[in-house]
Structure formats: C-alpha cells, structure tokens
Design a protein around this ligand. Structure first.
Ligand SMILES: Cc1cc2nc3c(=O)[nH]c(=O)nc-3n(C[C@H](O)[C@H](O)[C@H](O)COP(=O)(O)O)c2cc1C
Length: 147
C-alpha cells in the first residue's frame, strides 16, 4: 500500500484579488474542497499561504498525487505554479491532515520570508526540502497547540 508513496512540493502566486474577506472565503473554499477530495484519494499534506504566495505539500499514492496536481495547476485562483520536488517517500509527514493550513501568523510569515529571501524570491530557486521542513515544523506546532 505504501509502495508508491510520493511527496510533491510546489509553490505558486495568488491570483485572488479583493478584500481580506474575499481571500478568506476563497481559502476556506480551497481547503474544504481539498479535504474532501484528498480524503477520498488517500492524500495528506499542508498548504501555506503567505505574502501573496502559496506553498503546498501533497503526499500519497503517485497516481492520486499527480491527478490532484493536474487539477491544482488549472485552478485560476493562482498561477506561476512551480514544481519544486516530486519524490518517493517511506512515510507521511502529515498523516493526520487531509489538508492542513499553516502560516497565517506573523511569526510564521517571518520564517517563510526567510526561505523566500534565501532564494532571491525566485520560485525556480526555492528549495522543496526547505519548504517541506517548514510546513512539517508548523504542522507539529499547530498540533501541539490543539492538544
Ligand atoms: C492553492 C490551491 C491548493 C489546492 N489544493 C488542493 C488539494 O490538495 N486537493 C484537491 O483536490 N484540490 C485542491 N485544490 C483545488 C483544485 O484546484 C480543484 O479546484 C479541485 O481539485 C477540483 O475538484 P472537483 O473536480 O472535485 O470540483 C487547490 C487549489 C488551490 C488554488
């Protein structure tokens, strides 16, 4: 069952315009749809939104992850979707999250900015492993708060 477990990491730019309320609503829609589909498809992961950008980790069976990424790339709520990593993994980093949302706090924003500036804000130079580690750390912190 875990034989073809893969992790995909990408980065994209937000295209949703309007007030904070509009953005909150769109992100709420994205998360609700993602959690519904991902539960069905055996995908787990985390989504970070910050400073006009999304970064997302998807993990699950290769075919399911690829199909989700195809749909995600066609979504007009974001653009410049840059694939940063696609690799086989032994175990999930987000086993409890059909799609968790991280990065909303000021503190988290600073950590994401650090990754952005290390790359010169060039998506092609963003580091998939660094983004995966950041999202995993944020997820652990969030779960710590909730328990
Ligand atoms: C930033 C972002 C992240 C998304 N993440 C997921 C996801 O993890 N899983 C998913 O199924 N759809 C995700 N979507 C939504 C897809 O783009 C698409 O709208 C959805 O999969 C269509 O599902 P449907 O065919 O069931 O309506 C995401 C969209 C955006 C903009």
């Amino acid at each position: 069952m875990t034989a073809d477990l893969h992790r995909l990491v990408y980065y994209s730019r937000n295209h949703v315009e309007g007030t904070d309320a509009t953005l909150d609503r769109e992100i709420g829609d994205i998360l609700a749809k993602s959690q519904h589909n991902n539960r069905r498809d055996g995908i787990t992961g985390a989504l970070l939104f910050n400073a006009g950008c999304f970064a997302q980790v998807l993990e699950g069976p290769l075919g399911a992850v690829e199909a989700a990424f195809e749909r995600i790339q066609q979504d007009e709520r974001h653009g410049d979707v840059s694939l940063l990593a696609l690799e086989r993994i032994e175990a999930r980093s987000f086993p409890n999250w059909a799609m968790g949302f991280v990065g909303a706090s000021q503190h988290d924003a600073g950590r994401f900015d650090a990754i952005g500036s290390a790359s010169g804000f060039d998506p092609a130079r963003l580091d998939g492993e660094a983004i995966h580690s950041l999202l995993r750390d944020l997820a652990v912190e969030e779960e710590g708060i909730r328990h």
